[in-house]
Design a protein around this ligand. Structure first.
Ligand code: HDD
Length: 700
């Protein structure tokens, strides 16, 4: 290794990157002393032992040894982004929070996450996704710490360690990573049946999102909103993505786990870089606060229950746009600390026993994770509003508080700081004076908490046939990975209480007898729960334009037309380089995999297999024109896109017969043969439905 040339000191110049910890032009120790060699340790002679007196060596290694902090016990794997929330200004009658007033714009930071996997696990695991938003309002931080599924596994926070111990890898082998397809998970959820509703969502396509940009978010619990007059309503929070809710195919999510474990975080970062800023509307379902906390027979304090949108429509309150990637993963995405108890005046909690336990857990966990009680001083956690908390000292104290009387009441610091009401006079109290039920101390739950199946059924019957087929496959896969027959059997019996056909289909896949039929209710379906059958914007959708070195003349026009409609064209050819100045080839046949593309545009003739080594990788032995084998990597790319119901567009006169050559039908749904100037229209129209679901019809 060679040293960088040592330059003479020219004090006073600004370094290229400047800021706290980066404000010297020269490398220094943490004590600010300049360093003139960071490549060689100080030794007693060139071939001699290293000297303990080398402070730079010791300090550098000491800091490196402590670079890692404990990962989150759950939600360890995440991706974040900065953005802005703009209020629609229509919450006046409902909520006094300042950030919901007309014209308010509030800085936000969002962290999306998987739940079960370690920090380095794959993005595309079948799992619930965390959707946590920090609003830096001018009345303090408001954290909305939700998930992409509106119901939870358990009803009481005291069960959280049991749930997480069951879902995490087995404690003896630490296998499997980031998966629920194993004995302990299914052992727990088949015994602790309040989990059945959440597990139903988890076995649906919701648990394998196509993109973090295409997920709904839910506050899950019922919260309280209080207006200027002190009147209270109960609410449930919803995030609605502008791009709609879309998912991967199960096989895609497994392929991505190997081919691109960073699939979701890459998608988010690239979309923001490309200016395809993800957007969500924040909305609330509103329920009267009549003292019952029950709406249309649904217990609003039971976090395993949701309220169908048809019964309580989601009222939009504002829009969030994420338009800036984090500057530093560790400083921001890793160190951000959320807490459901970070609330602002006008937003309050309910008596949901899961929420109550969370209020303790999130502060507590940061003490270990962020090393002490001063984590609110870490820049990503600092409020934009003024702070005067009277807290003193502790690990990692960055403030230098003045005065001698950090206690109340005091006269020595002029009685400062004052209490909020003293300054604002007329405001209603910050704590909502909710009447509290009196009674005996008990460890029990209300009778309404004992319905564990009706909402799992409601969700299932609201899905389209193809979505229900995916659910059945997911249960069959996951239980197929369980080794204990009694656990499989028990879960199939739970399914019989949800849907007879589902239970018998899964039983058949597992080679188990169909469970005894159970009398089931016929709830009214909630069409809002299905992801299929609507048209959505195509912003940031990735279209692979596949061609061969010799046939690129139409590529610039096609790429431009796709980009003009907001899609992201990715050019794929036999080898790297440029198609035109500033139009690089993004992927080669070696680096491309079908999972990355929402649609393919194929420009023939596609190339023959280049050599025997590549042919060895072949999964499809397709023949091109004249009986020459087509490059098997391209054949595989096209075959996978076809199998995953993706749009495939071929060019009239250029790609005729190409699909048949790789053994596929060129008149199947979602396959179009068009002129060059029709490619973008065709891609937009096909992608607006996400996938060509009719390609492989499923019996209803
Ligand atoms: Fe939790 C993290 C969401 C129940 C204890 N949770 C965490 C994160 C999300 C959620 C999105 C990641 C935040 C981030 O990105 O840093 N959790 C939920 C939802 C729940 C829920 C929607 C139910 C409705 N959680 C829950 C319970 C407990 C916890 C019942 C404990 C009693 N959750 C934690 C935690 C974590 C956490 C251990 C890990 C890291 C952290 O808090 O900061 O305290």
């Amino acid at each position: 290794m060679t040293s960088e040339p040592q330059q003479p000191s020219t004090h006073g110049q600004k370094p290229v990157l400047s800021g706290p910890g980066q404000d010297s032009e020269f490398l220094t120790t943490t004590q600010g002393a300049e360093v003139n060699d960071t490549d060689h340790s100080l030794k007693a002679g060139e071939r001699g032992p290293t000297l303990l007196q080398d402070h730079h060596l010791r300090e550098k290694i000491m800091h490196f040894d402590h670079e890692r902090i404990p990962e989150r016990v759950v939600h360890a794997r995440g991706a974040g982004a900065h953005g802005t929330f703009t209020s629609y200004g229509n919450a006046g009658k409902l909520c006094r929070a300042d950030f919901l007033k007309p014209g308010r714009q509030t800085r936000v930071f969002v962290r999306f996450s998987t739940v079960v996997g370690s920090r380095g696990s794959m993005d595309t695991a079948r799992d619930t996704r965390g959707f946590a938003t920090k609003f830096y309002t001018n009345e303090g931080i408001f954290d909305l710490v939700g998930n992409n599924i509106p119901v939870f596994f358990i009803q009481d926070g005291i069960k959280f360690p049991d749930l997480v111990h069951a879902a995490k890898p087995h404690p003896d082998t630490e296998i499997p990573q980031a998966q629920s397809a194993h004995d302990t998970f299914w052992d727990f959820v088949s015994l602790h049946t309040p989990a059945q509703a959440h597990v139903m969502w988890q076995m649906s396509d919701r648990a394998i999102p196509r993109s973090l940009r295409m997920m709904e978010g839910f506050g899950v619990h019922t919260f309280r909103m209080v207006n200027e007059e002190g009147a209270s309503s109960l609410v449930k929070f919803h995030w609605k993505p502008k791009l709609g809710v879309h998912s991967l195919a199960w096989e895609e999510s497994q392929l991505a786990a190997g081919a691109d474990p960073d699939f979701h975080r890459r998608d988010l970062a690239e979309a923001i870089d490309a200016g395809a800023y993800p957007e969500w509307e924040l909305g609330v379902q509103i329920f009267p606060d009549d003292g019952t906390a029950v709406f249309e027979g649904i217990d609003l304090l039971d976090p395993t229950k949701f309220v169908p949108e048809e019964l309580a429509p989601v009222q939009p309150l504002g829009k969030m746009v994420l338009d800036r990637n984090p500057e530093n993963y560790f400083a921001q995405t890793e160190q951000v600390a959320f807490h459901p108890g970070h609330l602002v005046p006008g937003i309050d909690i309910s008596d949901d026993p899961l929420l109550q336990a969370r209020l303790f857990s999130y502060l507590d966990t940061q003490l270990t994770r962020l090393g002490g009680p001063n984590f609110a001083q870490i820049p990503i956690n600092s409020p934009d509003s003024p702070v005067n908390d009277m807290f003193r000292d502790g690990f990692h104290q960055h403030r230098v508080p003045k005065g001698i009387a950090p206690y109340k009441p005091n006269s020595l610091d002029g009685g400062c700081p004052y209490m909020s009401q003293v300054l604002s006079g007329q405001q209603p109290p910050l704590d909502f004076p909710q009447p509290v039920a009196s009674g005996k101390k008990v460890r029990s739950e209300p009778a309404s908490f004992s319905d564990h199946y009706s909402q799992a059924r409601l969700f299932y019957i609201s899905l389209s046939a193809v979505e229900r087929a995916h659910v059945q496959q997911a249960y069959s896969f996951e239980l197929g990975k369980c080794t204990d027959t009694a656990i499989r059997q028990r879960q199939v019996e739970c399914l019989a209480k949800i849907d007879t056909q589902l239970a018998s289909g899964v039983a058949q896949a597992l080679g188990l007898p169909a469970p005894a039929a159970v009398q089931l209710d016929d709830p009214v379906a909630s069409p809002a729960l299905s992801q299929i059958g609507k048209a959505w914007p195509v912003d940031g959708r990735k279209v692979g334009v596949v061609f061969n070195s010799g046939n690129h003349q139409h590529v610039p026009a096609i790429a431009q037309a796709l980009a003009e409609r907001g899609m992201s064209p990715l050019l794929v050819s036999a080898s790297g380089g440029e198609v035109a100045p500033d139009l690089p080839i993004d992927r080669t046949y070696l680096t491309a995999r079908s999972i990355e593309f929402d649609a393919l545009v194929l420009i023939g003739p596609l190339p023959p297999a280049p050599d025997a080594a590549v042919a060895l990788d072949a999964k499809a032995g397709a023949l091109g024109a004249g009986g020459v084998p087509i490059d098997p990597r391209v054949a595989l790319l096209v075959a996978e896109a076809y199998r995953h119901n993706k749009a495939i567009i071929t060019l009239d006169g250029l790609s005729d017969g190409l699909l048949q050559a790789v053994g596929l039908e060129d008149d199947a749904p979602g396959i179009e043969l068009v002129e060059v100037d029709g490619v973008a229209d065709s891609a937009q129209q096909l992608l607006s439905a996400h996938r060509a679901w009719e390609r492989f019809p499923v019996k209803d």
